[in-house]
Design a protein around this ligand. Structure first.
Ligand SMILES: Nc1ncnc2c1ncn2[C@@H]1O[C@H](COP(=O)(O)OP(=O)(O)OP(=O)(O)O)[C@@H](O)[C@H]1O
Length: 397
């Protein structure tokens, strides 16, 4: 049965609560937007984790094994069958969460922001799985997506809880365009030569990230994008050459686990101080939320808080891991503008750290004191990423 209903709404409209209540009311299986919450942590391997819902339903062992093997193949997880499910990449985790829900053979399905973290191949797998699903499927998301194209009916959830028929708009960078053609060389922000990580068997990675640009680090789920970020931050051991000399800011995909303070202002002051926190609140337009607990800030704004936390010290390179997760339609435009203004040096000037013009080139193979700030980011929405970025670098698996 094709996708039945696509319900969308801006962040803060109560989309996730609505999705949960809808699943409860209809008895549908539900996969929430926090995919890791669906991993039971009671099983040691991905194969065992996928078997879990069937064990509970008394499915005979041979049939269970066949269905697990088929699901591993379908979702491109054969290489992860024996891996601890708590160590999967973001996209692999969502694949397991959705695959496990389908293996339980529910009569109806509710999916909340199901494309968050999924690469293009997994999106196509999900589209086919939904088309083949025998019962009604309701998808909730904060903007239009590949799935909204498949839905005959779109409804917008309003802040008062009402639903109105309304087409879901696709994410857009707004008026912010890539400026690749107009930028000069500003040296190299990150250089990887033959980099191999023990974790996940990632590598060898060979790439060069130009400084002073918004650079989209693209690649399929599990190819090692997050691993490379962690290596550049000095948090993982590796073999080979990995140079990223300037200061770095970092925002992980998981938002809520990264939050430790009681207000947005206090969160942004961590490791930076009150003065810089005030500056970045101004820069990122977060004044309205400064005294709010970060977990009470609507998801799209919470994402901007996390991005601001990566920027607050005016780092030479800001690394953002899937910063579109949690954004609503206005949030996509806001993020694009923020990244562009950062790379243009607006924040550096605001905090009195103006840099030489990117017109003075450095040796492209030696990343030292980058002349202009760089944003290196990951995003599985290729269309939006191309609108926002100056350059794309592909990481093969
Ligand atoms: N803690 C860990 N222990 C062992 N393997 C891990 C761990 N974390 C990740 N991996 C594995 O390392 C590989 C790279 O994962 P990584 O998170 O870097 O991928 P990614 O490119 O960021 O993926 P995604 O697009 O899904 O976010 C994957 O195969 C993953 O399963």
């Amino acid at each position: 049965m094709p996708l039945s209903t696509y319900i969308w709404g801006d962040s803060g409209a109560g989309l996730s609560e609505h999705a949960w209540a809808h699943a409860e009311k209809t008895g549908a299986a539900w996969v929430g937007n926090e995919a890791s919450a669906h991993i039971s942590l009671l099983r040691n391997t991905v194969a065992e984790e996928l078997a879990f819902p069937m064990e509970q339903r008394g499915v005979p062992q041979a049939e269970m094994q066949d269905r697990v093997a088929a699901a591993l193949r379908l979702w491109g997880l054969e290489g992860q069958a024996e891996q601890n499910p708590a160590t999967l990449s973001t996209g692999q985790t969502r694949r397991v969460a959705i695959a496990a829900a389908l293996l339980a053979r529910p009569e109806a399905l509710v999916l909340d922001c199901p494309l968050d973290g999924l690469d293009a191949t997994a999106v196509e797998t999900l589209r086919r799985a939904i088309a083949d699903f025998p019962g009604p499927v309701t998808v909730y998301d904060r903007s239009g997506s590949a799935l909204s194209d498949d839905a005959p009916s779109h409804q917008r959830l309003l802040a008062d809880g009402a639903l109105e028929p309304s087409p879901a708009p696709k994410p857009s960078a707004g008026s912010v365009a890539s400026q690749a053609a107009t930028q000069g060389s500003a040296g190299t922000a990150l250089l990887a030569r033959g980099v191999v990580f023990r974790r996940g068997g990632v590598g060898p990675i060979n790439l060069e990230v130009p400084a002073g640009q918004i650079v989209h680090l693209a690649g399929p789920n599990g190819c090692g994008k997050t691993t490379l970020f962690l290596g550049a931050l000095g948090l993982l051991k590796y073999r080979g050459t990995l140079q990223a000399e300037g200061s770095k800011g970092w925002a992980p995909t998981q938002m809520d686990q990264a939050i430790t303070a009681r207000t947005v202002a206090e969160e942004l002051a961590i490791g930076a101080g009150e003065e810089l926190a005030t500056a970045v609140i101004d820069f990122a337009g977060l004044g309205q939320w400064a005294d709010t607990h970060p977990l009470d800030v609507p998801a799209a704004k919470r994402r901007i808080v996390l991005v601001a936390a990566a920027m607050v010290r005016g780092a030479d390179m800001v690394m953002l891991d899937e910063p579109t997760v949690g954004l609503d339609t206005p949030g996509y435009g806001e993020l694009a503008e923020l990244l562009r203004r950062y790379v243009d040096g607006e924040y550096a000037r605001l905090i009195g750290r103006g840099r030489p013009s990117p017109a003075s080139p450095q040796s492209p193979a030696s990343p030292q004191s980058p002349a202009a700030p760089t944003v290196l980011w990951t995003c599985h929405d290729a269309r939006y990423a191309a609108q926002v970025s100056d350059q794309r670098i592909d990481m093969a698996r």
